[in-house]
Each structure stands twice: as C-alpha cells, then as structure tokens.
Design a protein. Structure first.
Length: 136
C-alpha cells in the first residue's frame, strides 16, 4: 500500500514542476521522455524506472501498430494522451500523471489549445516513428 501512494506522490510532484514550462520547442522524443518515460521507458518498451512498481504491466508502445492489425491507432493515442480515454494508471481526466500540461485546452484559450494539440501531435508522431513492424 505504501509504494503506490509514494509513486503517486512522486509522479504528481514531478509533473507539477513543469506546469509553467514552455515545451513548444521540444521534439516528440523530448516530450515523450519528459512525460512518459518514467513508466514507458525512453524507448517506449514499457521498461521505465517506475514500471516495476506498478500493479499494471506497462505496455510496449513500439508495438501499437502490431497490436492494431498493422495500423497505427492515431485517434486512440491522442484520446489517451489528452485524457478523453481513461487508462487507469494515467489517472482520470482531472489529474493525469503528467499534471496539467495536456489539460490546458480546458481553459478556452485558443493559443493554449493549439500548444496542447501541437505537443500531443509531436508525441503521437514520435510513437508512430518507433513502431516495430517485425512480426514476432
């Protein structure tokens, strides 16, 4: 019981430190490393430093296309990142593990909405670029 609580606290602390940061110049790989690598690993294999402490196995995101009949599931990935599709380890729409960075669009600010959409698109393109299409 102590570890999940500690993990949640650590993830919230890390995610809150960058709330006002400007990520507009970050590449998709840099955004992924900033927001996703703690669980998914820097190469998205599901082997991040936090992964072993989670009760739910962390998926290998380089196999998204393989698990989706060879098609990269763009819309689903966008909805997972922006919180419209809830993935329990990510938290609910009001508090995903990456903090408020992907919730800026709720403010109704068109600039913030565009920045958020751009960040998400960069992460999606990074994930698309690392897909392993070799059948196992």
């Amino acid at each position: 019981m102590r570890y999940p609580l500690l993990l949640t606290f650590m993830l919230c602390l890390v995610s809150r430190t960058g709330f006002t940061a400007d990520y507009s110049t970050y590449s998709g790989a840099e955004l992924f490393k900033r927001f996703c690598a703690a669980c998914h690993g820097t190469e998205a294999k599901g082997d991040g430093p936090v992964a072993s402490s989670l009760s739910t196995p962390v998926p290998d995101l380089s196999l998204l296309s393989q698990r989706n009949q060879g098609q990269f599931p763009t819309a689903r990935i966008i909805q997972i990142i922006d919180g419209r599709t809830i993935i329990n380890p990510h938290g609910n729409r009001l508090m995903p593990v990456w903090g408020d960075e992907f919730l800026r669009s709720e403010a109704g600010d068109p600039v913030a909405e565009r920045e958020t959409a751009d960040m998400i698109q960069k992460i999606v393109e990074f994930l698309r670029s690392i897909q392993n299409t070799t059948r196992k």
